[in-house]
Each structure stands twice: as structure tokens, then as C-alpha cells.
Design a protein around this ligand. Structure first.
Ligand SMILES: [Zn+2]
Ligand SMILES: [Zn+2]
Length: 260
């Protein structure tokens, strides 16, 4: 299994006009140049796309993404949904067959509101997007492996937490972005996984995201072989703050590819 961190940032804050001067990240370090959070997972022969940030098209070019078989929208917030129109080229590659789009009720409603022209079995015109929207089941079985869905709290609604288990290797990868905390079910599904990805917004508390400290505590509970943090603001400096992380934990950065 393999994960590419296409984007690891958030819409909150801008370093040059920081709320808290002195806490900015060092823009000389390219690992602090974060586009909004998206990830691409290869499980067996399947190419799985998690979210489409506003920078999705450029993220695909930078990361050489040339195929998408299934799309997972964790939730309908702008930083995860606004790049979905740019799935069009991948749909064209499928001969215009609608791309399966899995999400929660909230996520699918947002897709229908923002991209009503794309909810159809075939594109309206060649090259246009077409989405086959599907409520995410608790367990999605494919020949390449299984994908489990567990709801995670994120303010007024819940986000899709995803756990991928590859059939050929048994490798397990959990992807938990945009959550205030883990639930007992999420902990059970992800405990001891080969790789876990967790929301770690910033040092300061936030009502709907885990802080770096809260993410470290969650990672300790999960005891994964490797944990990567994502969805960081400019308040996280890769070099400075990595030194403070326990062994086995790291901040992801745009373009990072991890092969399990
Ligand atoms: Zn969100
Ligand atoms: Zn987000």
C-alpha cells in the first residue's frame, strides 16, 4: 500500500499576517508550503482519492496522479470539496463513465449543491465531470481490499474516518482528518495499524480540530507503527516542531509519499 500526501494544509491563517507574531513557520523551508488537505492511496491495483482540495489540479500534476478509480469525500467543507470539478480528466479517462463518489449524507448533499451538473451517469459533454454519488457503507469490499468507514466528530456534523486494509499484504492504513477527537470505534479499527494519519491543526485549542498535543495523545493510544500528522496551519513549523514529536510520529508535508 502507498499514500501520497498531496496537500497537508488548511484554509486558516496566513503567515505574513499572523494572529500571533513569532509563531509563524519558516517559509524558506518548502515543507511549510502547504496546500489544502488531499491524499491519494494505492491499495493493490486500485487508485483511491481522498478529498479534492481547491489546489487539487496542481496537486495532481505535482504528484503525477494519472488515475483515480474511487473517490472519497471525508466531508463537505470547502477545503476538501472545491477541487472536485477537476476530477473531469480522470472521468474522461474512464471513457466518460461516472466516477463513484463516496461520502456521508452531508458530503453528498454538498456535492449535489455545488456540482449539480455532474450528478449523472455520463458527462453532459465530453470532458465534463460525472459523479455516481453513493452513501459510504460501514464496510466497502473490493478485490484489492476493504475500506471501513467510521464517523468522527467535527463540529456540527461528522466526518468520514477511513481505514484501508489491503488484501494481498494485510497492511492497514487509517486516515482521520478534520476531527476533534477519536471515538472508541475509531480507536478499535485503527489500533496497531501500519500507518495512521491524524488531524493536528495547530498548538492552540480549536473547537472542531485536534491540536498537535491532542493528536500526539491520540497517536499514543493507537500505537501505530507510524503516525503522520496533517491539516496543519502556519503555526506548525516543520523543522522546529518535528524535534518535539515522540518517536514514530511526524508531520506530513506536501508531496510526501510513504510506501508501506
Ligand atoms: Zn473540515
Ligand atoms: Zn479541512
Amino acid at each position: 500500500m502507498e499514500i501520497t500526501f498531496m496537500g497537508t494544509g488548511t484554509s486558516q491563517g496566513v503567515p505574513m499576517i499572523a494572529h500571533d507574531p513569532g509563531q509563524e513557520c519558516d517559509l524558506e523551508d518548502s515543507r511549510n508550503w502547504r496546500t489544502r488537505t488531499s491524499a491519494h492511496v494505492r491499495m493493490g491495483d486500485l487508485h483511491l482519492q481522498i478529498d479534492a482540495a481547491p489546489e487539487f489540479r496542481l496537486q495532481c500534476i505535482q504528484n503525477r496522479i494519472d488515475r483515480i478509480d474511487l473517490f472519497f469525500l471525508t466531508h463537505g467543507h470547502a477545503d476538501h470539496i472545491m477541487g472536485m470539478d477537476d476530477l473531469r480528466r480522470f472521468i474522461d479517462l474512464r471513457g466518460g463513465e461516472a466516477l463513484p463518489v463516496y461520502s456521508t449524507d452531508e458530503g453528498l448533499q454538498r456535492v449535489a449543491q455545488i456540482f449539480p451538473y455532474a450528478i449523472r451517469p455520463k458527462p453532459e459533454f465530453k470532458g465534463y465531470p460525472a459523479f455516481a454519488i453513493k452513501p459510504m457503507p460501514p464496510l466497502l469490499e473490493t478485490e484489492a481490499g476493504t475500506i471501513r468507514y467510521t464517523p468522527l466528530p467535527h463540529g456540527r456534523f461528522q466526518v468520514m474516518g477511513l481505514v484501508f486494509t489491503e488484501a494481498s499484504t494485510g497492511q492497514r492504513l487509517a486516515y482521520f482528518t478534520d476531527c476533534k477527537r477519536l471515538t472508541p470505534e475509531a480507536v478499535e479499527l485503527a489500533r496497531g495499524a501500519d500507518l495512521v494519519v491524524l488531524d493536528a491543526l495547530r498548538p492552540m485549542p480549536h473547537p472542531t480540530h485536534m491540536t498537535v498535543h491532542e493528536a500526539i495523545e491520540a497517536a499514543r493510544e493507537l500505537k501505530a507503527a507510524r503516525t503522520y500528522f496533517t491539516h496543519m496551519t502556519y503555526m506548525v513549523d516543520h523543522e522546529r516542531d518535528s524535534a518535539r514529536l515522540p518517536a514514530g510520529m511526524a508531520f506530513a508535508y506536501d508531496g510526501l509519499k510513504v510506501v508501506l
